[in-house]
Ligand binder design. Structure first.
Ligand code: AMP
Ligand code: MG
Length: 326
């Protein structure tokens, strides 16, 4: 069975094709990079509308198949930016109706977790999902993926991007900060804000920007932001793992590519006799393959959707999904 998945919750539009054993036959994407400022939902949606058809063709070419070989179409149903979600949902509906194959809407956050289970050796991990807009600790419990902790304000990637932007760097800012942080070992005090199982980043961002305006070195701030924010993430992830008696931790989302974060989470895991898993970078960021794979799992477990069921949901919660495939 082959599934084709279309991702398009935010800045990235991606098309992936996977088979029934989670072999990724194609995984291609395009990303809108705003010249300045943040991502404008309408502009991102226009970008996706222009990019999606060429990407579909490219994915089929890479996989070496024709459209008739596709058995189901999956798409990212939420959470995300409304205009972007509606654009990819429209593309998915048109494709499914044309090819006369089933369509299935997928929760983006759940897909980050499932692609990790599909492509690494982990079986029942706690997922630390760290992306631009999302920051959550997710684990399976009593039939659902439940959110054990999350950001109370902005996503960690957003925080890194905003700080880099204030310092005059382009999007994405995460990799810029990672490189700069390697040039420093000066830990400046920044707000460490963990509230129970949750984290908050806006205070840290404001404090770091203020320190920069007072002339503090960019490298020292990059280092300090990473050490502080990643330590917060490690703390809540560890608490969730202790609570669930979980001995696997999986990373997902674009920020999971950060080597320092990987190092810190891995250290935390090893210290408690657990293991860390990180999917290949192309499957950490927003991608169509994870949508295809999760759609395939859902379809195989009997999930069926009519076109009416494919309405997008900007605030689609992780724990709204009935995980019938596990
Ligand atoms: P996503 O929303 O999952 O596609 O991930 C995009 C986010 O990942 C952006 O906020 C990037 O700044 C961030 N990101 C990408 N690579 C890195 C990295 N090496 N370190 C930190 N953040 C990163
Ligand atoms: Mg994501």
């Amino acid at each position: 069975m082959l599934a084709l998945g279309i991702e398009g919750t935010a800045h990235t539009v991606g098309v992936g094709i996977v088979d029934g054993s989670c072999r990724v036959l194609a995984n291609v994407y395009g990303m809108i990079k705003p010249e300045k400022g943040g991502i404008h939902p309408r502009e991102a949606a226009n970008h996706h509308a222009e990019a999606v058809v060429p990407l579909l063709q490219k994915a089929l070419d890479v996989a070496g198949i024709g459209p008739d070989a596709v058995d189901i179409i999956a798409f990212s149903q939420g959470p995300g930016l409304g205009p972007c979600l509606r654009t990819v949902a429209t593309a998915a509906r048109a494709l499914a109706l044309t090819l006369r194959v089933p369509i299935v809407g997928v929760n983006h956050c759940v897909a980050h977790l499932e692609i990790g289970r599909g492509t690494t050796e982990c079986e029942d991990p706690a997922l630390l999902y760290v992306s631009g807009g999302n920051t959550q600790v997710i684990a399976f419990s009593r039939g659902r993926y439940r959110v054990f902790g999350e950001t109370l304000d902005i996503g960690i990637g957003n925080m890194l991007d905003k700080f880099a932007r204030e310092a005059g760097h382009g999007f994405p800012g995460g990799p810029v900060l990672e490189r700069a942080a390697k040039e420093s070992s000066t830990l400046l005090p920044l707000p460490y804000s963990v509230k129970g199982m949750d984290v908050a980043f806006s205070g840290l961002l404001t404090a770091a920007v203020n320190r920069m305006k007072k002339g503090e070195r960019f490298e020292d701030l990059a280092f300090s932001i990473q050490e502080t924010a990643f330590a917060m993430l490690c703390e809540v992830t560890e608490r969730a793992m202790a609570h669930l008696e979980n001995d696997e931790v999986l990373l997902g989302g674009g920020v999971a590519r950060n080597r320092r974060l990987q190092e810190m989470v891995s250290r935390m895991a090893t210290d408690r006799g657990a293991r860390m898993f990180v999917p290949p970078g192309e499957l950490c960021i927003d991608n169509g393959a994870m949508i295809a794979w999760t759609g395939l799992l859902m379809h195989r477990a009997g999930v069926r959707m009519s076109i009416e069921d494919t309405v997008v949901n900007q605030r689609f919660r992780t724990d709204e999904v009935d995980v019938v495939w596990r």
